[in-house]
Design a protein around this ligand. Structure first.
Ligand code: FES
Length: 167
């Protein structure tokens, strides 16, 4: 059943009409012309589709667009463009935190959301001592980013890029 949905995407009010079965990932890519968010597995296992919803990272393939009426969505396109990269995007470039690049938007969105979680003191089984700050160890970054797979195995460079944003 097609339904109208209003979302705030990258700071802009967007309205779309889509079937109630359409995932938020497909709504972004196919209905809102935002292909920066990638589809890897389409069932919650790779993290390529990670975006921020109301500031929190989620796998956009695992949720339906109709469930997000009025929500604030941030995708890689909203983080920064070629002329104004966000600090995290800049550090992924300078650390070579990618190889083929397919997982990169999801990695960057996940890392951005993860640092906000760490700074906000979100409960974490990784290290209770880190609540309220974000100076994470390499192992803690690895654990918190474990939902984002990189088939090229650029993990050390990805973690280095993220570490530069933790002080
Ligand atoms: Fe959503 Fe893989 S495409 S987790």
């Amino acid at each position: 059943i097609p339904m109208p949905i209003s979302l705030k995407v990258n700071g802009v009010e967007r309205t779309l009409e889509c079937d109630t079965r359409v995932s938020l990932l497909d709504a972004l890519r196919d209905h809102l012309d935002l292909p920066g968010t990638k589809k890897g597995c389409d069932h919650g296992q790779c993290g390529a589709c990670t975006i921020l919803v109301n500031g929190r990272r989620i796998n956009s393939c695992l949720t339906l667009a109709v469930m997000h009426e009025g929500d604030e969505i941030t995708t890689i396109e909203g983080l920064g463009g070629p002329e104004d990269l966000s600090p995290m995007q800049r550090d992924f470039v300078s650390c070579d935190g990618y190889q083929c690049g397919y997982c990169t938007p999801g990695q960057i969105m996940s890392a951005t959301g993860m640092l906000a979680e760490a700074r906000d003191g979100m409960p974490s089984h990784v290290s209770e001592s880190l609540i309220g700050k974000a100076n994470l160890s390499d192992a803690e970054i690895a654990e918190r980013m474990s939902g984002n797979l990189c088939r090229c195995s650029a993990y050390p460079f990805i973690r280095e890029a993220i570490a530069r944003n933790t002080e």
